[in-house]
Design a protein around this ligand. Structure first.
Ligand code: DOR
Ligand code: ZN
Ligand code: ZN
Length: 448
C-alpha cells in the first residue's frame, strides 16, 4: 500500500497529549498515526521539523458574506483568511444578502461556495416566516440555526417570547442547535431612542445603548424558554459578568446550554475601544476590565465551551463615521485569533489542550461535524500546524481578508500559523496560499 502523504518528525496533539509521531494521509483522511518504522510507503514525505500539529481548528462563528455583501468579503477571501489563520473549518452566519433562511437560499449559497472555498464551510440559517420551512432547512444540511436578538434579521419576531418558544419547540424536536446573539431588542431600542433624542452620537453613546443589562435581559429571556422547550442553545460572544453568571447558573441547573467567548472580549476592554475608536466597534461592545476578568475566570473554570472569532468584515469606509450610529459593527478576526490565543499559552493563561478543546473537540461535538475534532485514524486530514516559538507582528496589510483593519494590528504575538492542511491538501504554507479554491468541502450536519 502506498499512501498519498506522510508527515514526519512532528509533534502532535493525540489522545489529549503532545507526542512525537508520524502521520499518514490517504484519500483526504488520516490513515495512521505512529512511529516512523510502522508507517506505510508514501507518494510524498514532508519533514515537519518538530512543528506542532493540532486537529484542524473549527471557527464556529464567522460572517463570510459573499453574494450581496461580497464587497466586504467573499467565499475565497474569507476562507483564505481562515487558512492563513490555520482554521480548517468555518461556520458561516446567516445575516447575508439574501438572508440564509430558506432551503432554496441555503442550497444556492452552498452551490456558490462549493468551488470557491479553501477550507471547509458549514452554514447557519436564520428563522423563516413559515416554520414548516425549518425542517427543509435542516434536511438541506444547515449546521444550526441562529437567532439575532439585537435586530430583526430573520422572520421570527424577536420581541415575542411566545413566538420564540414555539420556534424553539420545533428545533428541539429536530434536535437542532440554536446559536443566539443575546442582546434584548426592546431595551436596546429604548436606550438608542433616548440617546438619539439627547443628540448623542459619540462613542460612549454606543456603550450606553448596549448596556450590560441589554445582554443579561436577553440571556434570561432565552433561558426561560429553554426551561420549557429543552432546546440546545449556544450563547455567542458572552461579554458581561452578569450574562455569564446567568449562563453558568443555567448550566448548573442542568439546562442544555453552551457559550462562546471571542478573542476581542478576552483581550481588549472599553479602554481599547476609547483609544482605537470605531474600528474596534463591535456588538456586543468591548467591556470594562472586571467583565474581562470574569470571562478569563470562566475560561479557567471550564464554563466557556468555545472560542469563536466572530470574524465580521466591513470596508474601511464603513468603519469610519462621525456619527457612531452610522458605523458598521464588527472585527475581522480569522487571521488573528489563533496567534493571539497561542500568545496566551505562552503567558500561561491557556494550555494547548484548552485551545484544542475549545476550537476543535467541542465545536465538532456541538455542531455534529463528523470526522472532525480529533487527530485519529479515519478522521478528515484537517491539520493545523504551528510553531509555538516564532514571534511575529500582526500586520493588517498582510491580511487575506478584504477587511484590512484590526484592533490587534501591530501586536507582537508568539506562536505562528505555519501550515494548513484541508482534507489532506496543503493549502497554506508559511503565510502563502498554495492551493486553488475548491479544496474545502461543504459541511452538512449529520442527519438524525
Ligand atoms: O459585531 C457584530 N458584527 N455583531 C453582529 O451581531 C453582527 C456582525 C456583522 O455581521 O457584522
Ligand atoms: Zn453576534
Ligand atoms: Zn457574529
Amino acid at each position: 500500500m502506498i499512501v498519498d502523504l506522510i508527515l514526519t518528525n512532528m509533534r502532535a496533539y493525540v489522545n489529549r497529549e503532545i507526542v512525537g509521531c508520524n502521520l499518514a494521509v490517504d484519500n483526504g483522511k488520516i490513515f495512521k498515526i505512529g512511529k516512523e518504522a510502522t508507517m506505510p510507503r508514501a507518494e510524498t514525505k514532508l519533514d515537519l521539523n518538530n512543528l506542532l500539529v493540532l486537529p484542524g481548528l473549527i471557527d464556529a462563528h464567522v460572517h463570510l458574506r459573499d453574494e450581496g455583501k461580497a464587497y466586504k468579503e467573499d467565499f475565497t477571501s474569507g476562507t483564505a483568511a481562515a487558512a492563513a489563520g490555520v482554521i480548517t473549518t468555518v461556520l458561516d452566519m446567516p445575516n447575508n444578502e439574501p438572508v440564509t433562511m430558506s432551503a432554496e437560499v441555503l442550497r444556492n449559497r452552498m452551490k456558490k461556495a462549493e468551488k470557491r472555498v479553501l477550507v471547509n464551510v458549514g452554514f447557519y440559517s436564520e428563522f423563516p416566516q413559515n416554520m414548516r420551512e425549518v425542517a427543509n432547512i435542516v434536511k438541506e444540511g444547515s449546521v444550526a440555526f441562529k437567532l439575532f436578538m439585537a435586530n430583526q434579521v430573520g422572520k421570527l419576531n424577536i420581541e415575542d417570547d411566545n413566538a420564540i418558544l414555539e420556534a424553539f419547540r420545533i428545533l428541539s424536536k429536530l434536535k437542532t442547535l440554536v446559536a443566539v446573539h443575546a442582546e434584548d431588542r426592546p431595551m436596546l431600542r429604548r436606550n438608542e431612542e433616548k440617546l438619539k433624542r439627547a443628540n448623542r452620537h459619540d462613542i460612549e453613546a454606543f456603550l450606553d445603548a448596549h448596556s450590560e443589562n441589554v445582554e443579561t435581559k436577553a440571556v434570561k429571556r432565552i433561558l426561560n424558554i429553554v426551561k420549557q422547550t429543552c432546546t440546545q442553545v449556544h450563547f455567542c460572544h458572552i461579554s458581561t459578568k452578569n450574562g455569564l453568571n446567568a449562563v453558568t447558573d443555567g448550566k448548573k441547573s442542568g439546562l442544555p446550554i453552551t457559550c462562546e467567548a471571542t478573542p476581542h472580549h478576552l483581550l481588549l476592554s472599553v479602554e481599547d475601544f476609547r483609544r482605537k475608536g470605531t474600528l474596534s466597534l463591535t456588538m456586543p461592545p468591548l467591556r470594562q476590565k472586571h467583565h474581562v476578568t470574569a470571562l478569563w475566570r470562566a475560561v479557567k473554570d471550564g464554563w466557556i465551551d468555545i472560542f469563536g472569532s466572530d470574524h465580521a468584515p466591513h470596508t474601511a469606509e464603513e468603519k469610519k463615521a462621525e456619527n457612531i450610529w452610522a458605523v458598521k459593527v464588527g472585527i475581522p478576526n480569522l487571521e488573528t485569533t489563533l496567534p493571539l490565543l497561542l500568545t496566551e499559552v505562552k503567558r500561561g493563561r491557556l494550555s494547548i489542550g484548552d485551545i484544542v478543546k475549545l476550537m476543535a473537540e467541542k465545536p465538532a461535538e456541538l455542531f455534529k461535524l463528523k470526522g472532525k475534532g480529533f487527530l485519529k485514524k479515519g478522521n478528515d486530514a484537517d491539520l493545523t500546524v504551528v510553531d509555538l516559538k516564532r514571534k511575529h507582528k500582526i500586520d493588517v496589510a498582510k491580511f487575506y481578508s478584504k477587511a484590512k483593519y484590526s484592533p490587534f494590528d501591530q501586536w507582537i504575538v508568539e506562536g505562528k500559523p505555519v501550515k494548513t492542511f484541508v482534507n489532506g491538501t496543503l493549502i497554506m504554507d508559511e503565510g502563502e496560499i498554495v492551493a486553488k479554491a475548491g479544496c474545502g468541502k461543504i459541511v452538512r450536519r449529520k442527519q438524525p
